[in-house]
Design a protein. Structure first.
Length: 158
């Protein structure tokens, strides 16, 4: 059965889905999102602070919309990873069909501290992966591990 996703192919499929999130989504690419530590848990999605990402010029802060986008992206990417792992040994057509349906249903963000830093990274943890929806908690921190924002996301998975 060469048309199924085998455990040995999981990392390659995860890398491919990560590249789609980063390289095929123009806004994510513009923001400069990049994955650190392929295959490691938790997933880390990093961005470097640049002038184009400023939301408050007088404080040189990261734009809140950029923070939300990074949190949503890391949540979605973590869901992709969980679904890929859950569907290992299933036909590739099924895996592709399920992955194509994943989307954000709801995203709630709490800004804890001003987005000040040279770089930022986001992590995500699956709270529950059901047959129809996934619940995910995310965090955005700066390079000094100061918590900038938290989020709770609900994602369609079926």
């Amino acid at each position: 059965m060469d048309d199924v996703v085998c455990p040995g192919e999981l990392l390659e499929l995860i890398k491919k889905s990560d590249r789609i999130f980063i390289e095929k989504t123009p806004f994510n690419k513009h923001v400069g999102m990049r994955v650190e530590g392929y295959g490691e848990e938790p997933l880390k999605l990093r961005i470097d602070f640049r002038d184009e990402l400023v939301g408050n010029y007088s404080r040189n802060m990261l734009h809140g919309g950029v923070s939300m986008s990074v949190l949503d992206a890391v949540g979605g990417m973590q869901v992709f990873r969980a679904v890929i792992k859950r569907l290992q040994n299933e036909p590739q057509d099924l895996v592709t069909a399920v992955l194509s349906k994943i989307s954000t249903i709801n995203l709630s963000v709490q800004f804890v501290k001003p987005g000040i830093g040279r770089s930022f990274y986001a992590t995500a943890q699956i709270v529950r992966l059901g047959r129809k929806v996934a619940f995910v908690d995310m965090q955005l921190l700066n390079q000094d591990d100061e918590l900038i924002a938290t989020a709770h996301g609900v994602y369609n998975v079926g």
